[in-house]
Design a protein around this ligand. Structure first.
Ligand code: RB5
Length: 150
């Protein structure tokens, strides 16, 4: 399992802690985020991780900014990406099981590190259930295809 991780200046410490948490489990992490506290632009990192996920260079992505909103919005502009902000473990688990999310996002200004680790663990331990959910995810991806053809 290889995970791409990205963050802006607000989330450097949380990114580093999540990276260490994943590596302690033997998961390979590719860091696309900033490690500087210098103000920067979250879309850059959202796009970088999303491109890596879409290209299959990493299996899944994790994005962290102040709220998780801006960086996930940027990621969702890349074809094939289903990123969502999760501030609780239940939503994170269901986002994988029902929506087949391939990027998890959360906010360093919203949740603490222990909750963030729990959210990451629930998300990674869950798997897509397919069936009726696959049909709905296909409908979402069809919207993307139709938009591209406009
Ligand atoms: C940066 O100040 C902040 O806007 C960013 O981290 C994020 O919360 C945007 O959605």
């Amino acid at each position: 399992m290889k995970i791409g991780i990205g963050n802006d200046h607000v989330a450097v410490e949380m990114k580093q802690e999540i990276q260490a948490h994943l590596e302690a489990k033997g998961i390979e992490v590719v860091n696309f985020g900033t490690d500087s506290s210098q103000r920067c632009d979250y879309p850059v990192y959202g796009e970088a991780v999303a491109n890596a996920v879409a290209a299959g260079e990493v299996d899944l992505g994790i994005l962290i900014c102040g709220t998780g909103v801006g960086i996930s919005l940027a990621a969702n502009k890349v074809a094939g990406i289903r990123a969502c902000v999760c501030s609780d473990p239940y939503t994170a688990k269901l986002s994988r099981e029902h929506n087949n999310t391939n990027i998890l996002a959360f906010g360093a200004r919203v949740i603490g590190i222990e909750l963030a680790k729990m959210i990451v663990d629930e998300w990674l331990n869950a798997s897509f259930q397919g069936g009726r959910h696959a049909e709905r995810v296909a409908m979402i991806m069809d919207i993307e295809r139709r938009q591209r053809e406009k």
